[in-house]
Write a protein that binds this ligand. Structure first.
Ligand SMILES: *Cc1c(COP(=O)(O)O)cnc(C)c1O
Length: 398
C-alpha cells in the first residue's frame, strides 16, 4: 500500500466518524483554577472535570510538586525496577496503602496503566493454574479494564450492569478450581451510580471469587479521609485488588494497584504495564502523598462536594429529569443520540458552562449524554445557574 492510499483511508474513516457525529477534536483550554477555564477567549465555569475536591490548584500540592522536582528532577529517568524509584515513590506508595487500608500499593503512571498492570498480574497466575482464570466484567466498566482483560486472551464474560443474579449464574456455571475474577467499579464513571458492594460481599461468601474494584471515582468523594466508596460502605476489605487513580479527586496524575504484599509483588514481577514503562517523576509521587494529607486535614471538601451533588440531583429530579440512582458528583443526562448530546453541550456552553457530550464508544450506542460533574470549589451561585440551565434545556431534549 502506498502512502497516498494510507492517507486516503485515514481521511475516509474520519469522514465516517463525522457523519455519525462521533468525530473528536482537541480543544485548547486555559485552566484558571479548579473550576474555571478560558476557551477561545471566553471564560467558563468548568462542569466537565473530575477535580471533585478542587485539589488541582491547591497551594500545598503545587508546593509539593515544585519541591520534589527541585530535589529530584523532572523525570525519573528509568523504569522503577531499574533506577526510577526513589524515596518519594516509596513514601507515596506507603501513604496510598495506609489510606486504602491495604498492605501495599504499586504506583503507575496512570489509572489506565494501573488497570492493565493489575489484570496482567492476575493473568500471570493462569500459567500456574493451567490457564484456568476467567474474568467476569460488569457491562459498564471503563475501557481500560475492558482493554486490559481482552489483551490477556483469557476467557471473559460480561454481566448486565449491577445484575448480581446474572453474575451468580455465571459464577455457578464454572467449575470449582477455576479462578473467577469479578471486575467492577465502585462509582461508575459515566453513570455516577454505585456497585452493590454489600451484595457482592454476600455473593463472595457463597461463591468465592477474586474482586477487582476500580475506585477511580470513589476516592476522595467517599469514606473517611476520602479513602473510597468501599470504606464508606463499611466494606474496606472487600476487594482483593483495588485500583486508584491519582488524577481525579487527588488532583494529580498516575494510578496505583493496592492490595496484599503478594499481589503487589506479582505486579512488580509480572505486569508488563509496570515493568516496561518509566517510573513516574518524583513530583507526581509527592503530589499524591500531599493530596492524601490534604484530604485528611480538610474534610470539608468532601462534605461540600457531596452536598452540592445531593442538591443538584434532588432539584433535577423534582423538575422531572431522569437521573440514575446514587449520590455521586457525576450527574449524567442521557439524551439518546450523538447529535442531541452535542447540541445540549453547546447550549450550556453558550451560557458560560463548560460541559461536553459523551458519545460512543465511551458509552453504549443510544445513550449519548452530557455528563456534568461537581466540585467542592463550585460556588452556590454557579451550581444554581447550572441547575436552572439544565431545567431549561430539558423540555427540548426529553
Ligand atoms: C479515569 C478512569 C481510569 C483511568 O485513569 P487515568 O488516571 O485517567 O488513566 C480508570 N478507571 C476508571 C473507572 C476511570 O474513570
Amino acid at each position: 500500500m502506498d502512502e497516498r492510499t494510507f492517507e486516503r483511508l485515514l481521511a475516509e474513516d474520519l469522514e465516517w466518524q463525522k457523519s455519525v457525529h462521533r468525530y473528536r477534536r482537541l480543544r485548547v483550554v486555559r485552566a484558571i483554577d479548579a473550576t474555571h477555564l478560558e476557551f477561545e477567549g471566553r471564560r467558563y465555569v468548568n462542569f466537565a472535570s473530575n477535580d471533585y475536591l478542587g485539589l488541582t490548584h491547591h497551594p500545598r500540592l503545587i508546593a509539593a510538586a515544585r519541591e520534589a522536582a527541585a530535589a529530584w528532577g523532572t523525570g525519573s529517568g528509568a523504569a522503577a525496577l531499574i533506577s526510577g524509584y526513589g524515596e518519594a515513590h516509596r513514601d507515596a506508595e506507603e501513604a496510598i496503602a495506609r489510606w486504602k487500608g491495604t498492605e501495599s500499593a504499586v504506583l503507575l503512571p496512570s489509572g489506565y496503566q494501573a488497570n492493565h498492570a493489575a489484570v496482567q498480574a492476575i493473568a500471570a497466575m493462569s500459567n500456574g493454574l493451567g490457564g484456568d482464570v476467567r474474568f467476569l466484567l460488569d457491562k459498564l466498566v471503563h475501557a481500560s479494564l475492558i482493554d486490559a482483560v481482552r489483551a490477556t486472551e483469557l476467557p471473559r464474560r460480561v454481566f448486565p450492569h449491577n445484575h448480581l443474579p446474572k453474575l451468580r449464574r455465571l459464577l455457578e456455571e464454572a467449575d470449582d478450581d477455576q479462578l473467577q475474577v469479578v471486575v467492577t467499579e465502585s462509582i461508575f464513571s459515566m453513570d455516577g451510580d454505585a456497585a452493590d458492594l454489600a451484595g457482592l460481599g454476600e455473593l463472595k461468601r457463597q461463591r468465592p471469587f477474586v474482586l477487582l474494584l476500580d475506585e477511580a471515582h470513589g476516592g476522595g468523594v467517599y469514606g473517611p479521609q476520602g479513602g473510597g466508596y468501599a470504606a464508606e460502605a463499611g466494606l474496606a476489605g472487600i476487594a482483593d485488588v483495588t485500583i486508584v487513580t491519582l488524577s481525579k479527586a487527588l488532583g494529580g496524575i498516575g494510578g496505583a494497584v493496592c492490595g496484599s504484599n503478594l499481589l503487589c509483588e506479582a505486579v512488580v514481577n509480572h505486569a508488563r504495564a509496570f515493568i516496561f514503562s518509566t517510573g513516574v517523576p518524583a513530583s507526581v509521587a509527592a503530589v499524591a502523598k500531599e493530596a492524601i494529607a490534604v484530604m485528611t486535614d480538610e474534610p470539608w471538601r468532601q462534605q461540600r462536594v457531596r452536598e452540592l451533588a445531593g442538591r443538584t440531583r434532588a432539584e433535577l429530579r423534582r423538575a422531572g429529569l431522569s437521573i440514575p440512582d446514587g449520590d455521586s458528583p457525576i450527574v449524567p443526562l442521557v439524551v439518546g443520540d450523538e447529535s442531541a448530546a452535542l447540541r445540549a453541550a453547546e447550549q450550556l456552553r453558550e451560557k458560560g458552562m463548560f460541559v461536553v457530550a459523551v458519545r460512543p464508544p465511551t458509552v453504549p450506542r443510544g445513550s449519548s449524554r452530557i455528563r456534568v460533574t461537581l466540585s467542592s470549589a463550585h460556588t452556590d451561585e454557579e451550581v444554581a445557574a447550572l441547575i436552572a440551565a439544565l431545567k431549561d434545556l430539558w423540555p427540548s431534549t426529553a
